[in-house]
Design a protein around this ligand. Structure first.
Ligand code: GDD
Ligand code: MG
Length: 351
């Protein structure tokens, strides 16, 4: 069986003001009746394929993680709590140590971001099976999406030689390129987007982690060894966890390991990383508008309105995003919605 590891500790700043530090994107119902985190749990429910899931998150989100799993009747194999924010490298390493303790040294982990929109079809299930096979053979496998635009918010994977049916070695992994570099890779061809979903043997991953990111390895090992159980939660030891460098798994491991492989996939996938992406993933009216909440739109085209309480009325505009939460409103060009991220940093007083 495969052990699902769900990453649920990110802050999703680009979907401000709906996605807030206290209630980030993965816990919102953006594309349907259940949250993105709950949709992720639904994808790993088949007991013939998966063990119960391990969720790793910031301790601030512990109750929402537990409640939303309970709402689905989904039992968890562990809720690991990070005492401070240190990004995904150490989070995955800690989950790997925990999984080995719980499921044995041969555990294969399906690492899943909790905030994506994924269409499960036969192709998806087949890709999962193939990836698990390669992971059992010692590969660190990523799921690669055929790119459609020079996105700078994604990692890019240059597929190498075929190593088995539909699985390629990785020639190069480029995390978050600048725009000219992204455009260059798109023009060159042969690159895939890193979906951020991984299939890894827990032991193989930790070997690479020890070699390439020894401080991350040590912090994860000690934080799990010194963890304290509190109700249903596993609180990672703060003093040792805090020593981990703040780095994502992409920079710490995937850009640098020689053991990676990629499964090219073609199922529907969106990172929902911006309001623009939410608009793209949602059904639209004949003018190309999406209104989630009370809205009156006159002569408005290709726009997105999301509102909790206020009634939004717009006259004569194109390509507009209006996002109104209880205490903050964002207005901007929908096509430039990536700019919300930098603006939120300014609002938070970060440089
Ligand atoms: N537990 C935990 N702790 N989870 C975290 C943390 C953390 O400190 N930081 C982020 N996460 C979770 C997020 O909630 C998300 O589900 C996942 O880890 C990935 O983090 P993001 O912050 O969303 O990463 P990204 O979108 O910038 O980049 C990654 O995903 C892209 C695809 O969406 C990279 O893997 C890229 O290469 C990839 O293209
Ligand atoms: Mg993301």
């Amino acid at each position: 069986l495969i052990v699902p590891v769900i990453l649920a500790g990110g802050q999703g700043t680009r979907l401000w003001p709906m996605s807030r530090a206290a209630r980030p994107k993965q816990f919102l119902t953006l594309t349907g009746p259940i949250s993105l985190y709950q949709q992720t749990l639904r994808r790993v429910e088949d007991p013939a394929v998966y063990t119960p899931a391990i969720v790793i998150t910031n301790s601030e989100y512990r109750f929402i993680v537990a409640e939303q799993a309970e709402e689905l009747g989904h039992p968890l194999a562990g809720m690991l709590l990070e005492p401070v924010v240190r990004n995904t490298a150490v989070a995955i390493a800690a989950a790997a140590f925990y999984a080995i303790n719980k499921f044995g040294a041969k555990a294969v982990l399906h690492v899943l971001p909790s905030d994506h929109d994924v269409a499960v079809d036969a192709g998806y299930l087949q890709a999962v099976e193939r990836a698990a096979e390669a992971a059992r053979a010692g590969r660190l496998v990523t799921f690669g999406i055929v790119p459609t635009a020079p996105e700078t918010g994604y990692g890019y994977i240059k597929a190498g030689a075929l190593i088995s049916d539909d699985i390629n070695a990785v020639d190069r992994f480029v995390e978050k390129p600048d725009l000219p570099r992204a455009q260059q890779m798109l023009d060159d061809g042969g690159y895939l987007w890193n979906s951020g979903m991984f299939m890894i043997g827990a032991a193989a991953f930790l070997e690479e982690c020890e070699a390439l990111a020894p401080e991350t390895f040590a912090a994860a090992r000690d934080a799990v060894a010194g963890a304290r159980t509190d109700l249903d939660f596993v609180r990672l030891d703060e003093a040792t966890f805090a020593k981990a460098p703040n780095i994502s798994v992409d920079y710490a491991i995937f850009e640098r390991t020689s053991r990676s492989a990629v499964v090219p996939v073609s199922f529907g996938w969106s990172d929902l990383g911006s309001w623009d992406a939410v608009w793209k993933a949602s059904p639209k009216d004949s003018a190309g508008n999406v209104a989630n909440g009370a809205a009156t739109l006159n002569n408005v085209t290709r726009s997105l309105v999301v509102t909790d309480h206020a009634h939004i009325a717009i006259e004569g505009l194109d390509d507009i995003a209006v996002i109104a939460s209880a205490d903050a409103v964002y207005v901007g060009r929908l096509s430039e919605a990536q700019k919300v991220g930098p603006m939120v940093k300014v609002l938070r007083g970060q440089p």
